[in-house]
Design a protein around this ligand. Structure first.
Ligand SMILES: *[C@@H]1O[C@H](CO)[C@@H](O)[C@H](O)[C@H]1NC(C)=O
Ligand SMILES: *[C@@H]1O[C@H](CO)[C@@H](O)[C@H](O)[C@H]1NC(C)=O
Ligand SMILES: *[C@@H]1O[C@H](CO)[C@@H](O)[C@H](O)[C@H]1NC(C)=O
Ligand SMILES: *[C@@H]1O[C@H](CO)[C@@H](O)[C@H](O)[C@H]1NC(C)=O
Ligand SMILES: *[C@@H]1O[C@H](CO)[C@@H](O)[C@H](O)[C@H]1NC(C)=O
Ligand SMILES: *[C@@H]1O[C@H](CO)[C@@H](O)[C@H](O)[C@H]1NC(C)=O
Length: 449
């Protein structure tokens, strides 16, 4: 089901409308998840927990798991019961660990691209024009949605001890010729994918570019390079009840910590893979439903514990399936949030709303970037260090409190007057405006290809 974006708009207005409604819904569902994060992390939780049944478009339904073999999780999956986590691990991951995954032999990197500072540069930036990118998302198009201070578009990342190669879309396409580049992860990773499309599309003639409708796997194709830039929705990496790209707002997160095939079968043919996973693990405990457990009983585990099991399974896949001469794999570290202004300005209220400049304290690190998670990720990645390149965007993005959409994005729920009168109360301090910070993540990716 390929379609030409432009042509479709002109000739098939109804289908095009449906497509946009589809996208709107998908972003709405992501948004409802983000609200949960907001609520979870809000310091003095004035906000009410949302009534999840209002957000669910489908009646809840339970498989009789005691009768059926596990056929894969979906949004209808429920736990027959829940017990505490038993300490169990995925078998292959355990074996692999016992056989002693190789320790990181850290290559002498000529440059640490990830430490440095932001330099105001309104000559070279932004790298594209928000209103001219046909793939722009209403969740990220801040200027379109009323943001007047455009300073956030003009910052260049300057590593401390070296320079980055200048962004060049044609050179990037040459690297991608005949290849599939796939982003896999959550809505932050989707933002990076959209940034990449906007960075890349302008040099492809309109009749040579096409995109498939938004779904679990969305594919942008550039015919003249026989190349694709794709996004696979897999917020928890492993199989889960939140894998539906549109309807993934679940009351509880249920995952199969030992099952990755459903996703890996879709990504294994890609030549360049860019993974992320983080914020979805920050919303409280998750439930594990092991593949061979026929009782349907779930084990409850902390988000961090669940993420570690998922990372083990993922790293196990990488260790056994990735030939670094044929496939490049990247892991993007956690994307910071700016939910509490007191963190960079002691004693103040509010959040990232109305922030116009990056933080210039080089040691700044916010509480949204969980250090135990970072240490766990580091440990898991060290075992596959010869096969995975880390895009360590956390510190550099920490500085960019000015880069979030705040109120300047599309909100699909009507805003109550009390909220409207208090913009900070509904500001999005999680995603990033485009053009903006994710463009730099992609420039970093460009350095390593
Ligand atoms: C959520 O809404 C449903 C009706 O849509 C209602 O039956 C239920 O009690 C509500 N739950 C809470 C926690 O407010
Ligand atoms: C579910 O499984 C139990 C136990 O095998 C059985 O007694 C019950 O009838 C099943 N329910 C349905 C709806 O199939
Ligand atoms: C860049 O910023 C400087 C200082 O704010 C301003 O004087 C100049 O006009 C700007 N240039 C462009 C091209 O926007
Ligand atoms: C972006 O494109 C719009 C529409 O073509 C144009 O009005 C605007 O000046 C452009 N902005 C920049 C910064 O080039
Ligand atoms: C296009 O790229 C695919 C790999 O993504 C390759 O299998 C195919 O042979 C290529 N086609 C042409 C015409 O080069
Ligand atoms: C990323 O960089 C931070 C310092 O900014 C460091 O503490 C952390 O260990 C790094 N993470 C990984 C996975 O390399």
């Amino acid at each position: 089901m390929q379609q030409r974006w432009q042509k479709k708009k002109k000739h098939f207005p109804l289908i095009s409308l449906l497509f946009f409604v589809f996208i709107a819904f998908s972003i709405f569902w992501s948004e409802s998840n983000i609200r949960v994060i907001h609520q979870h992390q809000a310091r003095n939780g004035q906000k009410q927990r949302q009534n999840a049944s209002l957000l669910s478009s489908t009646p809840s339904h339970s498989f009789n798991l005691s009768n059926k073999p596990p056929v894969g999780l979906d949004k209808f999956t429920t736990c027959a019961s829940t017990v505490r986590y038993s300490g169990r691990r995925a078998v292959s991951a355990v074996l692999w660990e016992e056989s002693g995954g190789r320790r990181a032999v850290s290559e002498v990197e000529s440059c640490d691209f990830f430490s440095g500072k932001w330099i105001f540069d309104n000559v070279s930036y932004p790298l594209y024009n928000e209103s001219q990118c046909p793939y722009m998302s209403d969740q990220l198009a801040c200027h379109k949605h009323g943001r007047q201070d455009l300073g956030y578009q003009f910052w260049r990342w300057q590593p401390r001890n070296c320079n980055m190669k200048r962004w060049d879309a044609v050179e990037m396409w040459d690297k991608l010729r005949g290849k599939r580049l796939m982003f896999v992860g959550d809505s932050l990773n989707r933002g990076q994918w959209i940034s990449m499309l906007c960075l890349m599309e302008s040099v492809i003639p309109r009749d040579k570019q096409s995109i498939t409708p938004n779904s679990e796997l969305t594919i942008f194709r550039a015919e003249n390079y026989n190349a694709t830039i794709e996004f696979l929705w897999a917020p928890l990496l492993v199989e889960s009840n939140s894998d539906d790209a549109v309807d993934h707002r679940m009351n509880e997160r249920i995952l199969r910590p030992d099952a990755i095939l459903r996703h890996s079968s879709r990504w294994e043919q890609a030549d360049i893979l860019v993974f992320n996973s983080y914020l979805w693990w920050r919303q409280g405990p998750v439930k594990l439903l092991w593949s061979n457990d026929e009782s349907g009983a779930c084990e409850e585990i902390t988000g961090l514990g669940g993420m570690e099991l998922a990372m083990e399974t993922w790293a196990d896949w990488v260790a056994s399936h990735v030939d670094p001469l044929k496939k490049k794999v990247f892991f993007v570290t956690m994307s910071p949030t700016h939910l509490g202004k007191y963190e960079w300005e002691a004693g103040s209220e509010g959040n990232c709303y109305n922030e116009k400049k990056p933080i210039d304290d080089e040691r700044y690190w916010g509480t949204g970037s969980d250090l135990p998670t970072m240490r766990m990720v580091e440990k898991r990645l060290a075992r596959v260090s010869s096969k995975v390149t880390v895009l360590n965007i956390t510190q550099l993005s920490e500085y960019r409190k000015d880069g979030h959409p705040t109120i300047y994005r599309k909100f699909w729920e009507p805003l109550e007057p009390e909220k409207k009168s208090n913009p900070a109360s509904y500001s999005d301090c999680i995603h990033w405006c485009l053009p903006g910070v994710p463009d730099v993540w992609n420039e970093l990716l460009f350095q390593f290809l």
